[in-house]
Every structure is written in structure tokens, then in C-alpha cells.
Design a protein around this ligand. Structure first.
Ligand code: B12
Ligand code: SF4
Length: 491
């Protein structure tokens, strides 16, 4: 039987960019590992961030690598391995993964396969450089089919879902019933190291794990690539399967906080309601959060009420901009009245909220920013807990990226929510800082009583908001010296 080496790259970010330095256990790769193991294929997984989150090195002038670098990874690969699979989550890790793949080919001489959200739309960056196979879309079934074919002596080039170095041969892989997928192989990930960093993309109090209850999104925001990678489809686990996984993460891995990182958890509100009902019926006691954004269209006071009873303590709402003009450019529908109403309901239910905005869209002007400022102020008045402000970055493949097509950074490195390569980055970074100052002032003005709770949570290192997590990290870094607190400074 073929032996497979899976690799999740280290975290790569602009040095000191707190928006890019957010680790999370690699759920996509853990899901592939579980699937292959279920099919009887022995799998080893190198999680280059999780293996050593306290190692940081400078990378290409402006960036840092946190975790294992190429040499470290090469040293850990067993020479008897048959195929190597590398996960490429975003443009930020693409160059590193390409260099790693080529180095593995040179040193070990075995086929290298890449997959992940970035690959689905940008596979030619890899196949044209000499990487053997790129898997398009969901990887479990396609990767397994490829491995089986290679093992039987085939060349693997005709399998649906495998992109080869010829335009026109791109096809979808076989789509599985979601409930047939095994639970991610968390036993292969050094979870303790993630918990030690005390950082995630959602606030948490105890041991945490991510989870996916659905894949894809039926909406079409022009800055996002998910509508393209999921082809506008949304598929989900059955409510019972979702609750079984929550229970297992709690019982087997002691997870107390579960981040449901679906693109669109409540795309089917009845399913979301059913999940909550089963959790309540079973008396499961876990804290749930929805950090990737919940579409306003799908929320009702009734659904929020039952979500709160089921343990949802934090969710993200993404109006993106206070300006209708910019929202139109983003192809983002938003009912502002409903936004404020839902925020007030969350406040009444004590569900913490994170409100996400994108600034710096092509053509965005002062008028637009003032409208965002106003929306932000209203949201804080109505009880919003966190504000996240991202600077527009043209993700390759997304419709709004077209305007930047000729200016993309080489090898896509730098395509993140702090795009320092943009000519006007300084301007937008200044606007972002001013908006955060406004947020802090309004928070003290409109929510003075919440300040004590924030201080208590920061001191206990039990976070209910991202703001607390960020400030907690700053304090920990200032008091504990370089090596003890995460993120460490590069050597
Ligand atoms: C949750 C999430 C995060 C989380 C957690 C990431 C994690 N470790 O899991 C956090 C917050 C940390 C994060 C960070 C970032 N993210 Co992100 N993230 C997502 C999100 C919303 C869901 C990912 C997910 O959990 N999917 C569910 C799992 C099961 O699927 P999967 O990971 O895609 O894996 C499947 C396939 O891709 C494939 N596959 C994956 N790996 C491999 C490997 C092999 C060998 C094979 C064969 C197949 C394969 O098979 C898997 C199972 O079917 C996606 C949107 C999306 N739907 O893709 C954006 C998304 C992937 N992120 C994006 C971006 C831009 C970023 C950041 C750069 C943002 C920033 N901070 O500036 C950082 C960069 C992180 C890094 N250094 O790479 C973009 C990437 C676009 C691009 N080309 O760059 C996306 C697509 C969002 C978007 N709006 O367009 N992210
Ligand atoms: S931003 Fe969210 S809602 Fe919009 S298309 Fe992407 S995943 Fe869907």
C-alpha cells in the first residue's frame, strides 16, 4: 500500500502584521488524512506551523515564517514515502509551497501533489513550474483516486479533478455525500501547541478546535473566491452528523470551544435550527462560535435565540462597507435596518459580535469612508463587541481582482488583508488606524460597563472577543520576553 506524506505549510505573514498572524489547525488536510486512512492508506502529516509555533525566521525581506522552514521539513520526510501532498490555503503560502514542492522533488524524487483553496483557481503556478499534480476543489475523493491509480501504475492524468499542464482539461472531482466524510484526523495535529499560542480567529476560553458543517456559498461577493471554487453550490452535513462531530471533538479531544468556520453556516436556516435543537436536546455543553461571517439574510430573532441556547457565544456579521456604492461594487446586498436590528438582538441575547469591514476598494473615497464610520458608530452604539477592518486585497480569480491584474506581486506573495505592496497602502493603513481609534473611543463612550469585563477576561486569558485576544497577546508579549509568548520575533 502506498505511504503518503501530507504537509501543511508554516504561517507566512508580513513581519509584525497582526492581521496575518492568525493560526488555526489545518482542517482541510486533517480531513484528507482521515479519508485516506479510512481507505487503508498509511498517512504521516507534518504540520509545519503546529510542529514549532515558537520558531520564527525572516522570509524574503518583509515577511516572516513561523514554524518549520523548508530545511526543517525536508529533514522530517521519511525517505520511504511514496507520494507527498502539500496544502496551499492561500496566496500567502503559495510561493513557499512551490519552493518546498520543488525541493522535495529534487531531494526525494517522489511525485508531489498540491491542493487547497488557492490551487483550485491558480494551479498553473504549480503545474507549469514542474509540480506533478494539482487537485481542483475538494480533495478527499480525487486525491484518493489519483493515489490508487498511481499505485496501480497509471499516470493519473485522466482523473476528474486533477489539473494537468494543459488548458481545457480542468474538471470537477467526484463530489461525495458530506455525511460520508470521516471526522478530521486531529490525532495527527499537535493541538497542544495551537492551544499554547492563545490565538485563533475566533475568541475562546479553553481548548479549541475548528469544524466545518457545510462547504461552499450561494452568494457572489466580488472580492471573494468562494463563489468560484464552490461554483455557487452549498452542501452540508446532516444536523445529526454535525452534532455527532461536536460531541466527539468534546469527548475525544477535550475541545471546550468549537469554531464553526463554514463560509455560510446558516445558508439553510432550518438546518441550523435543527442542529441547535439536537444540541439542546442532548444537553451538550460546548461553546460555539461562527467567525467566518453569517449572512444577515438567513438570520431571524428566533434562530438567534435557539443558537444562543445551543451555545453560540460569538458570531461575525460582515456589512463590509457603510457605502451603498461600494457594496454595489462588491456585489453585496445588505439591509441596513436588519443589520441594526440583528445587532440589537445579539446584544439582548448576550451573543458577542464581530463586525467586518473592507476598506480600500478600487475607487473608494472619503465620502464612502465617512459612511462606513457612521455605520461602525451605530453598530457600537447597538452593542457590537469587535470590529475587524481589512484592507482590500485582490485575491487571484475574484472578480474585483481584475483591476489589479497587472500589478499583482510576484508569485502572489503579499495578497493578504494588509497588502503592503499596494502603492496607496500607507493611506489605507492610516485610515484603518484612525477607524480603530474611533472604535476604542466609541466603545468607552457607548459601552463603559463592558470595559471591566474585558479587563477581567484579558487577565484570566479567557477571551470573549477578538479585541481581548489581541490586547491579551500584546500584554503577554511585553511581559514575558521574546521566547515565551506567541508570536516570537524572528531570529
Ligand atoms: C477558515 C479560513 C481561514 C482560517 C483558518 C485556516 C485553516 N488553517 O484552516 C484563518 C483565519 C487562519 C485563515 C487565514 C487566511 N486566509 Co483563509 N479562509 C478560511 C475559509 C473561510 C475556510 C477554509 C476551510 O476551513 N475550508 C474547509 C476545509 C475542509 O476545506 P479546505 O481547507 O479548502 O480543504 C479542502 C480542499 O481545499 C482540498 N485540499 C486542501 N489541502 C489539500 C492538500 C492536498 C494535497 C490535496 C490533494 C487537497 C487539499 O481538500 C480539502 C478537503 O476537501 C476559506 C474560504 C474557503 N471556503 O476556502 C478562506 C480562504 C481560503 N482564505 C483566504 C485568505 C486570503 C486568507 C489569509 C491570507 C487572510 C489574511 N489574514 O490576510 C490568511 C492566510 C493564511 C495563510 N498563511 O495561508 C482566501 C484565499 C484566497 C487566495 N487565493 O489567497 C479564502 C479562499 C477566502 C476568500 N475570501 O476568498 N483562513
Ligand atoms: S464573502 Fe462570504 S457570503 Fe460573500 S461570497 Fe464569499 S463566502 Fe459567500
Amino acid at each position: 500500500m502506498y505511504r503518503i506524506q501530507l504537509i501543511s505549510p508554516p504561517l507566512i505573514a508580513y513581519d509584525k502584521d497582526i492581521f496575518g498572524m492568525i493560526p488555526s489547525p489545518p482542517i482541510g488536510l486533517a480531513s484528507i488524512a482521515a479519508f485516506l486512512r479510512e481507505k487503508g492508506m498509511p498517512v504521516d502529516l507534518i504540520d509545519a506551523f503546529g510542529a514549532n509555533p515558537f520558531q520564527s525566521k525572516k522570509y524574503r525581506d518583509q515577511f516572516v515564517i513561523i514554524g518549520l522552514d523548508i530545511e526543517d521539513i525536508l529533514a522530517r520526510i521519511d525517505k520511504n514515502i511514496d507520494v507527498i501532498g502539500i496544502s496551499v490555503h492561500s496566496a500567502m503560502v503559495a510561493k513557499f509551497c512551490l519552493d518546498l514542492g520543488l525541493a522535495i522533488k529534487k531531494k526525494i524524487g517522489k511525485p508531489v501533489v498540491v491542493g487547497g483553496p488557492h490551487i483550485t483557481l491558480n494551479y498553473s503556478q504549480f503545474t507549469e513550474a514542474g509540480i506533478d499534480f494539482a487537485i481542483i476543489g475538494e480533495g478527499e475523493q480525487t486525491f484518493f483516486q489519483l493515489l490508487r491509480t498511481l499505485q496501480e501504475g497509471g499516470d493519473g492524468k485522466n482523473i476528474a479533478g486533477v489539473a494537468i499542464n494543459m488548458r481545457g482539461l480542468l474538471q470537477d472531482g467526484e463530489v461525495l455525500q458530506m455525511d460520508d466524510l470521516p471526522i478530521p484526523a486531529w490525532d495527527l495535529i499537535p493541538l497542544e501547541n495551537y492551544w499554547r499560542t492563545r490565538i485563533n480567529h475566533s475568541p475562546f476560553k479553553g481548548k479549541f478546535l475548528p469544524m466545518i458543517t457545510s462547504r461552499g456559498c450561494p452568494f457572489k461577493c466580488a472580492f471573494c473566491t468562494t463563489p468560484l471554487t464552490s461554483k455557487g453550490k452549498w452542501r452540508s452535513y446532516s444536523p445529526q452528523r454535525v452534532v455527532n462531530e461536536i460531541q466527539l471533538l468534546h469527548d475525544k479531544y477535550q475541545a471546550e470551544d468549537i469554531m464553526i468556520q463554514d463560509d455560510n453556516f446558516s445558508a439553510n436556516p432550518n438546518r441550523a435550527k435543527k442542529i441547535c435543537e439536537i444540541i439542546i436536546e442532548k444537553g451538550l455543553s460546548v461553546r460555539l462560535s461562527l467567525p467566518s461571517g453569517v449572512r444577515l439574510e438567513t438570520l431571524t430573532p428566533e434562530l438567534l435565540g435557539i443558537m444562543q441556547q445551543a451555545g453560540v457565544g460569538y458570531l461575525s456579521l460582515s456589512p463590509e462597507s457603510g457605502s451603498k456604492r461600494i457594496r454595489k461594487l462588491m456585489n453585496k446586498t445588505l439591509n441596513e435596518k436588519k443589520l441594526y436590528k440583528i445587532q440589537k438582538h445579539c446584544k439582548a441575547l448576550k451573543i458577542k459580535t464581530g463586525i467586518c469591514f473592507i476598506i480600500g476598494s478600487p475607487g473608494e473615497n472619503l465620502q464612502d469612508i465617512l459612511k462606513t464610520t457612521k455605520m461602525m458608530a451605530k453598530m457600537i452604539l447597538y452593542g457590537a463587541d469587535d470590529i475587524s477592518i481589512f484592507i482590500f486585497s485582490p485575491l487571484p480569480g475574484a472578480p474585483m481582482a481584475k483591476k489589479f491584474e497587472n500589478n499583482f506581486p510576484k508569485d502572489y506573495l503579499g495578497l493578504c488583508w494588509s497588502p503592503k505592496w499596494r502603492d496607496d497602502y500607507f493611506k489605507w493603513a492610516t485610515v484603518r488606524n484612525l477607524l480603530y481609534i474611533q472604535y476604542a473611543i466609541l466603545k468607552v463612550m457607548f459601552q463603559p460597563l463592558s470595559i471591566w469585563r474585558h479587563i477581567k477576561n484579558i487577565l484570566n486569558r479567557e477571551f470573549e472577543t477578538k479585541g481581548e485576544m489581541g490586547i491579551g497577546r500584546l500584554i503577554a508579549n511585553s511581559f514575558s520576553g521574546n521566547k515565551k509568548s506567541w508570536p516570537v520575533r524572528p531570529d
